[in-house]
Ligand binder design. Structure first.
Ligand code: GAP
Length: 437
C-alpha cells in the first residue's frame, strides 16, 4: 500500500534539512537526477562504508576495485547490453508523452494514457544506455556508453586480479560506483534515477559450488540489510520466475522492501553462471579461464552477484527511520537512524554562545571528531536545537552548561529515550566509542 503522505514528508525534510536536492534545481531541474547536500552525502557515505566494511574489509576473499565508467564499447556488446538493455516504450498519440508499457495496466484489452486516457500505440523496445562520443572525431567508431551497471568493470578485470593476487576460489570482486540508465520514466524521488550508484559483488566459484555461494551471499546480504537498521518484517525475498529474469541469470532473488510507494525491488541476488566471463573471453579473445592448482582443473568460474542501489538503500533507511510522536502536545519528528549510519552522530551544543562555554564546547567537538561525525550548534534555544537534531537523526547531543566549568562534565541526551546523563569530559570518547559502531 502506497503512503504518499509519508513520501512527501521525506522529500520535503530531505530538501529542507540538506539531505537531497533536485538535480540542477536553479535551472528547473533535470529529471532522474538528484544532488546530495551535506547530510545526504554523509548518510550515503556511511551506508557505502558499512557495505564495504561488511563485504570487503572484514573478509579475506573479497577484492575491491574501482573501474572506469567509460569502457570499450565491445564490452557492452559482449554483455548483451547493446542489443538487449531495453524497456518497452509506449507513446500517447495525443499528448506525445512517453511511458513504460509494463508500468501501465491493460484495461479492456488496451493500455491508456495515464494523463488523458487516449489508447496508447504499440510498445517498442527503448535501449536505456547513454551513448557518448569518445575523442575528437564524431563517427561510429568513437561511440561509447556510460556504464549501465558496475558489474562490467569487474568482469573485464577478472584476469588482472587473478594475475596479481592469485586468489583461490571462491573469491569476489567488489565495487561501488556510478551507473547510468536512460529510464523512460524516472520517478518516486531517488527510487528510479537516471544517474545512480550501485554496490555490487561478482563472486566467482567452481560451477559445482554455485548453490553454496548463493546461499552464503543471501545470508550475508540479509545480515547487512539488518545492520543498517532496516526492519526484518519490511524485507521480502522474492524468487524471480523463468522469463522474468535478466538474460544472464539462471536464478534470481529480489530483495523487495516496503517503501512508502509500496513493496518494490531494493536489491537483487543473481546466479549469472559463466555467461559474462565466457562472453568477454569470446569478444576480447582473451582467455578468462581459471586454473585450479590443487585439482589441476581448468574451467570458467561461475558467478553470483549481489547488487544493490545506494539510493534505494538510502531511501529504505530514511523511510523506515522516520517517525512522528506526540511529546507533551507537540509533534516531535525523529529520524531514528542506527548510530553507525547517522549523518551526524554527536551534536555538541553549548548553552550559551559566549566564549566561556563556546570555547570548551568547540574543544570537545574537535576531540570527538577523531572518532565520530560531529556537528557544533550554538544557535537558538536548547529545546529547538534538540528538535533539529532529532529531525536529522542525531543519536546523541552533548550539552555544555555552566556547571561544566566547575565539574568538567557534560550532559549527554539520547535521541530515542530523551534521557540525559552526566558524563565527565575525560570519559566522553570511550563512552561514545562503543555506542557508535
Ligand atoms: N548488475 C546487475 C544489475 O544492475 P539491476 O536489477 O538492473 O541489476 C541492481 O540493478 C540494483 O540497482 C537494483 O536492485 C536497484 O537497487 C538499483 N537500481 C537499478 N536501476 C535503478 C534506477 N533506475 N534507479 C535507482 N536504482 C536502481
Amino acid at each position: 500500500m502506497a503512503d504518499t503522505q509519508l513520501m512527501e514528508k521525506i522529500v520535503s525534510l530531505c530538501k529542507r534539512r540538506g539531505f537531497i536536492y533536485p538535480g540542477s534545481e536553479i535551472y528547473g531541474g533535470l529529471a532522474g537526477t538528484y544532488d546530495y547536500g551535506p547530510l545526504g552525502v554523509a548518510l550515503k557515505k556511511a551506508i557505502q562504508q558499512s557495505w564495504w566494511q561488511h563485504f570487503v574489509t572484514t573478509r579475506e576473499d573479497m577484492y575491491g576495485i574501482d573501474a572506469a565508467i567509460l569502457m570499450n564499447p565491445r564490452a557492452w556488446e559482449a554483455s548483451g547490453h547493446v542489443s538487449g538493455f531495453s524497456d518497452p516504450l509506449v507513446e500517447c498519440p495525443k499528448c506525445h508523452k512517453r511511458f513504460r508499457a509494463d508500468h501501465i495496466e491493460t484495461v479492456d484489452g488496451a493500455k491508456h494514457c495515464p494523463d488523458d486516457g487516449t489508447v496508447l500505440g504499440e510498445a517498442r523496445q527503448f535501449n536505456m544506455m547513454f551513448k557518448t562520443q569518445v575523442g575528437a572525431t564524431e563517427d561510429p567508431t568513437s561511440i561509447s556508453y556510460l556504464r549501465p551497471e558496475t558489474a562490467g568493470g569487474m568482469f573485464v578485470n577478472f584476469k588482472n586480479v587473478v594475475d596479481s593476487f592469485h586468489p583461490k576460489l571462491p573469491f569476489g570482486l567488489a565495487q561501488i560506483g556510478k551507473a547510468f540508465r536512460n529510464e523512460i520514466a524516472p520517478r518516486d524521488f531517488v527510487f528510479r534515477l537516471r544517474e545512480l550508484e550501485q554496490m555490487e559483488i561478482e563472486y566467482f566459484c567452481h560451477p559445482s559450488k554455485w548453490e553454496e555461494a548463493f546461499e552464503h551471499l543471501r545470508q550475508q546480504f540479509n545480515m547487512w540489510l539488518l545492520s543498517i537498521g532496516l526492519p526484518k518484517e519490511k524485507i521480502h525475498e522474492v524468487e524471480i520466475g523463468d522469463g522474468d529474469r535478466a538474460h544472464y541469470s539462471k536464478r534470481t532473488i529480489d530483495f523487495e522492501f516496503d517503501f512508502p510507494i509500496g513493496q518494490k525491488e531494493l536489491a537483487g541476488l543473481a546466479y549469472r553462471t559463466d555467461f559474462d566471463l565466457k562472453q568477454h573471453s569470446e569478444y576480447s579473445k582473451t582467455d578468462l579461464s581459471y586454473f585450479d592448482e590443487e585439482t589441476k582443473e581448468r574451467f570458467i568460474p561461475h558467478c553470483i552477484e549481489p547488487s544493490v542501489g545506494v539510493e534505494r538503500a538510502l531511501l529504505a533507511v530514511l523511510t523506515s527511520a522516520y517517525r512522528e510522536e506526540d511529546v507533551e502536545g507537540e509533534i516531535r519528528t525523529v529520524l531514528s537512524f542506527k548510530p553507525s549510519v547517522a549523518p551526524i552522530q554527536v551534536a555538541v551544543l553549548p548553552l550559551s554562545k559566549k566564549d566561556e562555554l563556546a570555547k570548551p564546547a568547540r574543544d570537545i567537538a574537535n576531540t570527538l571528531r577523531r572518532i565520530a561525525r560531529v556537528s557544533y550548534d550554538e544557535t537558538q534555544s536548547i529545546g529547538k536545537r534538540y528538535r533539529r537534531q532529532d529531525e536529522i537523526g542525531t543519536p546523541y547531543c552533548v550539552t555544555v552548561d555552566f556547571d561544566t566549568l566547575t565539574d568538567q562534565a557534560v550532559t549527554v541526551r539520547d535521541r530515542d529515550t530523551m534521557q540525559q546523563e552526566r558524563i565527565a569530559i575525560a570519559d566522553l570518547s570511550s563512552y561514545f566509542q562503543g555506542k557508535l559502531a
